[in-house]
Design a protein around this ligand. Structure first.
Ligand code: UD1
Ligand code: CA
Length: 459
């Protein structure tokens, strides 16, 4: 069992965001900030991660689920007070605790691991992760003594002119000897500009007790930015986007214009797939090899095979096979399963529908709650009538059937194997295998109608 622990601070309201959404739930590349931090921590060998929740506790818990433990900070009295709330869970443990902020979404597991290792090597009771900022405004500054050792951290609002000029900042990430951390927290006061119990004060407290304090400076300031407002949020988005896109390109994915290609960090894309501009791919999407996605497409939580093309379309929470052609302007809604070699053309909407191998709906269809077999042709403008205002019903179209243009299939209904539905039919009863069903008014012809009607008018 590991003797490493993690505490992630996520109780703040995030006033500077000016938002109804709690700060740590704001998304960077499609994923809430606190989820980024938790996912990176999950790559480390930690025995327990405790997330401190307060503002929006229920929403944060809903997001993170059972992968972490929670401690409630009912009143937000500062970052030191926040960590103290983990005492009932971690207070008696022997080991090392990493403390992170839920608003530093770019920090990586590699940097956390390096911090742990540095902390171990130096034998320090506390190690703060620092970075050099070109513009340190807003961050706590690292105050070192003449010999270069860390003495304390001073917040922007409490700093003197001289201290404000320091460019080495506190990233808000630390490693502590667990026992020393909770002992020192007892001594943190709130006599400062914000009247808060500051976690960084633990450094000065331990330093004054002659404990070894270390600072590990990461060369990557970008990785450590704290998101307090929407400007920093946009900045974080740019940095993460670049990181994610470059990693995918290194793995063999082509991007015509990475600047307009938005891909969440958990997305997996195979070699020689081309992503065209204006495309957004999010969630746990997995895309195979040699696909062409975009331009201007939105794909979320999908599994897509190889050599599939999706252009100007939206595909959500669905499975799409190999060599499928989707779009332009198709909408595949959740819980659809599309087999290999399918064609879904312009202005086709599909919802909770399975589409068998080689089937086609090339133009202007709505197919909802349908089970469509293999090699079915759904003609232009044909739809499933799946909803009676109260309930949804299933339409089955079996292998090899041909649905003529502009047919209404009123569910529940089954079209048998190799059957035909005539264009313009409104089908209310099952159609047997191999049959043709015509369900429309017969055409009538009124001879010489034009002349007769003109005659009437002139009378
Ligand atoms: C904090 C640090 C600062 C550091 C910066 C790095 C303190 C006092 N200051 O400042 O030195 O440079 O992070 O980004 O720690 N939180 C709680 N409960 C609270 C207060 C805050 O859970 O009572 C959480 C917030 O939700 C947030 C994190 O702690 O995720 C940091 O709080 P924030 O108010 O953003 O601190 P900063 O002013 O950025
Ligand atoms: Ca912050």
């Amino acid at each position: 069992m590991s003797n490493r622990y993690a505490v992630i601070l996520a109780a703040g309201q995030g006033t500077r965001m000016r938002s109804k959404l709690y700060k740590v739930l704001h998304r960077v590349c499609g994923k809430p900030m606190v989820q980024h931090v938790v996912d990176q921590v999950a790559k480390l060998n930690v025995a327990n991660s405790v997330v401190i929740v307060g503002h929006g506790a229920e929403k944060v818990k809903e997001q993170l689920g059972e992968q972490v433990s929670y401690a409630l900070q009912a009143e937000q009295l500062g970052t030191g007070h926040a960590v103290m709330q983990a005492e009932s869970i971690l207070g008696k443990k022997d080991g090392t605790t990493i403390v992170l902020c839920g608003d530093t979404p770019l920090i990586t597991a590699e940097t956390m691991e390096a911090l742990f290792e540095y902390h171990q090597e130096t034998g320090a009771k506390a190690t703060v992760l620092t970075a050099r900022a070109v513009d340190p405004t807003g961050y706590g500054r690292i105050v070192r003594n003449q010999s270069g050792a860390v003495e304390r951290i001073v917040e922007q609002k409490d700093a003197t002119e001289e201290e404000l000029a320091i460019q080495e900042i506190n990233t808000g990430t630390y490693c502590f000897d667990n026992a020393a951390l909770f002992a020192a927290l007892q001594h943190v006061g709130n006599d400062n500009a914000q009247g808060e119990y500051y976690l960084p004060d633990v450094i000065e407290i331990l330093q004054k007790q002659n404990e070894v304090i270390a600072a590990y400076q990461t060369p990557s300031f970008d990785e450590t930015i704290g998101v307090n407002d929407r400007i920093a949020l946009a900045n974080a988005e740019q940095i993460m986007k670049k990181r994610t896109n470059e990693s995918l390109m290194r793995q063999g994915v082509t991007m015509i214009d990475p600047a307009t290609t938005y891909i969440s960090p958990d997305v997996v894309i195979g070699q020689d797939t081309v992503i065209l501009p204006g495309t957004m791919i999010t969630g746990k999407t997995v895309i195979g090899e040699e696909c062409v996605i975009g331009p201007n497409s939105e794909i979320a939580d999908c599994k897509i095979g190889n050599t599939t093309k999706i252009k100007q379309s939206v595909v959500h929470n669905s499975e799409v096979g190999s060599s499928v052609a989707i779009g332009p302007f198709a909408h595949i809604r959740p819980l659809s399963t599309i087999a290999d070699d399918v064609k879904i053309g312009n202005f086709v909407e599909i919802k909770k529908t399975t589409f068998g191998k080689g089937s086609k709906a090339s133009h202007l269809s709505y197919l909802g709650d349908a089970e469509i077999g293999a090699n079915v042709n759904v003609g232009c403008g044909s739809i499933t009538v799946n909803y009676d205002g109260e309930n949804k019903y299933v339409t089955k179209i079996e292998d090899g059937s041909f649905i003529g243009c502009n047919a209404n299939l009123i569910a529940p209904v089954t079209i048998g194997k190799n059957a035909y539905v005539a264009a313009g039919s409104t089908i209310t009863n099952d159609v047997p295998d191999e049959a043709l069903s015509i369900a429309r008014e017969r055409q009538t012809i009124k001879e010489n109608y034009t002349q007769k009607s003109k005659g009437k008018k002139t009378k």
